[in-house]
Ligand binder design. Structure first.
Ligand code: FMN
Length: 614
């Protein structure tokens, strides 16, 4: 059994002791209604507390109506929030987990759709990412916001929370005051330190006896100055994150997907060893690495936020020596994609995340034999669910490997880690579920019921080379390759990157308004970065048309002759349908119903396994 003694030793954060060093850092759940926690919110956090997390910091909570990032942001200034916090605390506390809330004002950054409230900021400087155009705060409004922080902190204390965390991270309001590009004031708030100190002091005064921590972005040019000031102000901990919400590239760091390095934050913690404990967060995925880094003085505690979104029992499993049973975050960023879409928090790997009250543990009234056809994510999920429920499961996959499209995409730099981690989870989960896996098999054995999860194939794969062929290892002859991408799923982007890596001169013609419209913005930003750096020419708004030509999708009379040695098609997918075995109950799941993403495949596989014998 691996020793995790450092991770599982208690830590003092000012007046509050946490039982271990695993932290669920602030993350918006969209399990919020009328700016208050819902039952789903309570159940979500309770699951992470029951699973043994040392500390939960509830999500970014507005300190003033002008700071509601979206319509489903918690309103920390509302008197009704006290009862909401109390319900969360009553669920979390009995498990020994401490509960804090993060207080935040986004300043000029606004995620909300219309009608947007007026954006406010230290100065009137438009924001490049959310396209918000703020007005400068009047002096008395600055005072009012500080009072909002204090009032919100007071309500947190009234509810009996253990602590309050202020966000001075991600270039939200506090950091906007400290950025000379964004703070062009000439009044007493020209010195942004005054605002930060004002907020810290007001919150401290409103919450005597509570822990007070501050989050900052460790990769910000302002980070050291902020940290020094916080040490002078005597805060109880520093929460170190990454990222800048104001720019495309900076925002990637807020929830960095692979191929950003695992343990990305670890390289940035040293200069913040200034006294207060450091809670360091970003791509910490492995409890043994976290333990080692704590032992080496890299940080005093680690946020493992997406890791806990995926497996709420991570801490308990680690503590009990069941590290092998941890279901790992694959880094697909479906979680943050839900936030940006304004839909409740979900995890592509764990369908129970955010559905704690709706989707119970696997269960069966009696053991039956289930046939699962197809070894992609939907089939794997169905087999896992049924096996865990106690059924005898045979999974039949006609190719020689598990994983379907996610395995195929593993050859591309942008998908390699997601693929590797998904397959590692799958192997462990299928083994634990006792499922029999038959690869390279076309015959279907007898069974009492079946889940058909036969996946998809590329649209127009009979008309030429496809992105899937490239991902499967086929590199076309000739130097100049055109990838004709419809702009939805990432297979065209993956193929272009593989071809550039093979030394080809690649043009990526994309038929959509934006590149990779179904790829979450943080992954897409990194795809674009790598493709541009690899010298791939990106031609937007052009589709492949007879001729062959590239036709402008907005002005179809404008065409460009295709001038390439080879063309690779990425034109979407179509379902692979099979006839159901007769005489037994059958459910279908995933892409064979209509190709979509990993999340739908896993969810539908899970639900199909629960339904088939119901
Ligand atoms: C869905 C989601 C919402 C988030 N919301 C917040 C937030 O409200 N405040 C904040 O400081 N960070 C937020 N984050 C960032 C996380 O706290 C954390 O720093 C980030 O996920 C990187 O850590 P990880 O690699 O352990 O997931 C959010 C992350 C996710 C996935």
């Amino acid at each position: 059994m691996v020793s995790l003694e450092h991770l599982f030793s208690p830590l003092e954060l000012g007046p509050v002791e946490i039982q271990n060093r695993i932290v669920s850092t602030a993350h918006q759940t969209t399990l919020v209604h009328d700016n208050l926690p819902t039952d789903d919110f309570v159940a979500y956090h309770e699951a992470r507390a029951r699973g043994g997390a040392g500390l939960i910091v509830m999500e970014a909570t507005a300190v003033h109506p002008s700071g509601l990032l979206t319509s489903h942001t918690l309103g920390g200034y509302l008197p009704e929030i006290v009862a909401g916090y109390e319900r969360v605390a009553a669920a979390v506390r009995p498990h020994g987990t401490r509960l804090f809330v993060q207080l935040l004002h986004g300043g000029r950054e606004q995620i909300a759709g219309p009608p947007r409230p007026p954006a406010i900021a230290p100065s009137a400087v438009p924001s490049a990412r959310f396209r918000a155009e703020p007005r400068a705060l009047a002096g008395e409004e600055v005072e009012e916001l500080i009072a909002g922080y204090a009032r919100s902190a007071e309500l947190a204390a009234e509810a009996g929370l253990d602590g309050v965390e202020l966000s001075a991270a991600h270039r939200y309001l506090i950091e906007q005051f400290l950025d000379p590009e964004l703070n062009r004031r000439e009044d007493e708030w020209a010195d942004g330190r005054r605002f930060l100190s004002g907020v810290v002091r007001a919150v401290r005064a409103a919450t005597p006896g509570l822990c007070l921590g501050v989050r900052l972005s460790a990769d910000s040019p302002r980070a050291e100055r902020i940290a020094e000031l916080l040490v002078e102000e005597g805060v109880d901990y520093l929460s170190l994150a990454l990222g800048d919400s104001a720019t495309y590239l900076g925002s990637v760091g807020i929830v960095p997907p692979p191929p950003v390095d695992e343990s990305a934050i670890a390289a940035r913690t040293e200069r913040f060893a200034l006294g207060p404990p450091r809670i360091a967060t970003s791509r910490m995925l492995d409890v043994t690495v976290a333990d080692r880094l704590i032992a080496a003085g890299g940080a005093e505690a680690f946020g493992m936020t997406r890791a806990l979104i995926t497996d709420p029992e991570l801490s308990a499993k680690a503590r009990e020596g069941r590290v092998e049973e941890i279901v790992g975050c694959v880094g697909c960023n479906a979680c943050i994609a839900h936030y940006h879409a304004g839909t409740p928090l979900r995890c592509a790997v764990n369908p129970r995340t955010g559905r704690e009250l709706r989707l119970g543990p696997p269960a069966a009234d009696r053991r039956r034999r289930l046939l699962v056809v197809g070894g992609g994510p939907a089939g794997i999920a169905a087999a896992t669910e049924a096996g865990r429920a106690g059924h005898e499961v045979v999974l039949v996959e006609r190719s020689e490997r598990l994983g379907g499209q996610i395995a195929l995409a593993g050859s591309a730099p942008g998908s390699a880690e997601v693929s590797r981690r998904f397959l590692a989870n799958a192997e462990r989960q299928l083994r634990a579920a006792g499922a029999e896996v038959r690869l390279g098999e076309e015959q279907w054995p007898e069974a009492d019921g079946a889940v058909l999860a036969t996946g998809a194939r590329p649209y127009r794969d009979d008309e030429g080379l496809t992105a899937w062929d490239v991902l499967g290892g086929v590199i076309p002859e000739g130097e100049r390759v055109l990838v004709a991408d419809w702009g939805g799923d990432p297979s065209g982007l993956d193929a272009a990157e593989v071809l550039a890596g093979a030394g080809k001169d690649v043009t990526l013609a994309v038929a959509s308004a934006a590149v990779g419209e179904l790829v979450h913005q943080y992954r897409r930003n990194l795809y674009l970065q790598r493709l541009y750096r690899a010298g791939v020419r990106i031609l937007q708004h052009h589709e492949l048309a007879p001729g062959p030509v590239l036709r402008n999708v907005f002005a179809p009379e404008l065409t460009i002759p295709v001038d390439a040695d080879a063309v690779v098609l990425a034109l979407g997918r179509v379902p692979v349908e099979v006839e159901a075995p007769p005489g037994i109950p059958v459910e279908r799941a995933g892409d064979c119903l209509s190709p979509r993403s990993l999340e739908e495949a896993v969810l539908e596989g899970t639900l199909a396994a629960r339904r088939v014998f119901a």
